[in-house]
Every structure is written in structure tokens, then in C-alpha cells.
Design a protein around this ligand. Sequence first.
Ligand SMILES: Cc1cc2nc3c(=O)[nH]c(=O)nc-3n(C[C@H](O)[C@H](O)[C@H](O)COP(=O)(O)O)c2cc1C
Length: 313
Amino acid sequence: MFKENKLIKLLGISYPIIQGGMAGVSEANLVSAVSNAGGLGVIGSGLFPGKWLKNEIEKTKSLTKNPFGVNLFMQNPHIEELAKVIIQEKVPIVFTGGGNPLPLFSHFKKSGIKIIPVVPSPRLAKKMEQAGADAVVAEGLESGGHIGKNTTLTLIPQTKKILEKIPLIAAGGIYDGKTAAAAFLLGADGIQMGTRFIATKECLVHENYKKRILGATADDVTVTLRFTGHPMRVIKNQLSEIWQKLEEKGAFPEEIRAEKIAGSRFLSGNTENTPLLAGLSAAGISEIKTCKEVIEEIIKEAKETIKELAEKI
Ligand SMILES: Cc1cc2nc3c(=O)[nH]c(=O)nc-3n(C[C@H](O)[C@H](O)[C@H](O)COP(=O)(O)O)c2cc1C
């Protein structure tokens, strides 16, 4: 099924599965485990400074010889410093999220680094292709973390239709072979998952966070911070209730931004005073697995699902 896959060829990986960059979550241990299993691990650089990223890249290189990427959060005030580190360290692939990546395109292109923006709409996907992006991630609102307005079900085929040649990666709500098969049927060349990779043995977040993902039902997952203009999908907890109340009171967005939502928060076992970023896929995840198991089972189940379907219809 994946023999002629153009994403695999572009990135030099074995399976068309990307671990989405996750600020404060995807560091060297998780990233290298995904890359060693034949997918593409991606460091989430969030709001961290250049020194942090350099250290994480070096650690990742010591743990895998396979390709890996870095995700840049465009609202990071150290963005130029981070871009320099990526170029110096010759990281082969950069993903961008949370803002306009176009000012960085020429720097990365000159250094032979592949650029893959994460976008929430077909229009922006097309714009990125025209600007020279090597692939795009189209992310539906089922996903964990900051979300857009389109569902994966409609975003993928509509984006596929208007892209001319670059590979399309689907993200948002994908967590097993069936959801992956659906993404491929809709036209994706690859899939990106975040929440599924948090619930893995190699992910270093606190066990309590993983337990909240395993125990979550669809009713436990909500969208908060809509009024700030940057809605975020999380598992409900005391903090999301506080934010909900602030919103009902008509608080200013600045009152929320004052909350500390960056950094190594996920290493603490307190799952009530930190935003528990997770997608709707959490409700379908019930077991902690290794990254290798996640990737291999998804590929196997996706192939079986598509074969069975062909016989049924
Ligand atoms: C904890 C967490 C942190 C995330 N941080 C980032 C980030 O820093 N940059 C980014 O582009 N996307 C980020 N995302 C989105 C993921 O990269 C991925 O696209 C998304 O999780 C896919 O949806 P899923 O959770 O349904 O698999 C984050 C998601 C989660 C769950």
C-alpha cells in the first residue's frame, strides 16, 4: 500500500507516520523512539530558547541515526535563534505551527531543509505550496492543542483537491488503523498523530497525564480559550473550569495569558493545575504501548481495514 508513497520518499522514512511536534511533550526520548520505529519523530520547541533546542537535537542525534524534525511555534520570541540552531545542526525537516512561517522559507530552502507548515484550511495549504513548502500538514479540529475550524473529514479531501504536487499529511483524530485508513482514503499521503504518541512508554510526561488520556471519554474532552482567539482542545480539569468561568465573566484574554502554560509542566503529576492538551482521539485510546507497537499496529490494521472494505462494498 505504501510502496509508491511520495511522503516516504521525500522524508526518507519507512512508514508515512509523523509524530506531531508537541511543546513540552515531544523531546529527544519520544522523538528518537518514533524515528527508530520507522516513522518521523518531531521535537516540539514551543516557547523554549535556542540553547534548549540545541541540547535536544544533540540528544536525539545520539539516540537515532534516522531522520527527525523540529516543530517551530511561530509565536516563540526566540524564533530567529531557533532557526539558526536548526540550520547549524543540519536538521533535515522543519514543521511550523501557530503563525505565518513565510519569512523563514528562504533561510531554510537555502540550507536544503524541508519545510512542512501545519495549516487549518485548504486555502492556507495552497498558499504554502505556492510559496515553496515541501509538504503540508492539514490539521482538523479534532486534534489536541490549538485548533482551527475545519474537521479532518472535510479538510483532507478539499485540500487534496487543490494541491498540485506536494504530499498531504492528515492530522486530528487519527489514533488507530481505522482512522488512519480513513485519512488515506480521503487522499492523505501520510498521517500525523499527537495524542496517541503521548500514551506511549517512551513519552516522558508524568504517568498521571497518560492515565487521564486512557480514562477520557468524549465528554471529558473540551475546547477552551475560544474568546482569546486561540482555542485549545484539552481534557477537562480544574484549570479548564477556571478558564470557563473567566470566559463567562467576560474576562480579557490577557488575564488568561498570565497563566503559565509553557515549559516542562507535563512532568508534574498534578493534572488539575495544568492544561491537559489532548485531542478527541483520547476517548479511543485505552492502552500504553511502545512507539514501535503503535506504528506497526496502525500500518497492519489500516491495510486490513482497506482490504476488508474492498470485499464488502
Ligand atoms: C500536548 C500537545 C502539544 C502540542 N503542541 C504543538 C506545537 O507545539 N506545535 C504544533 O504545531 N502542534 C502542536 N500540537 C498538535 C500536534 O502536533 C498534532 O498535530 C495533533 O496532536 C494531532 O491531533 P491528535 O492529537 O488528534 O493526534 C500539540 C498537540 C498536543 C496534544
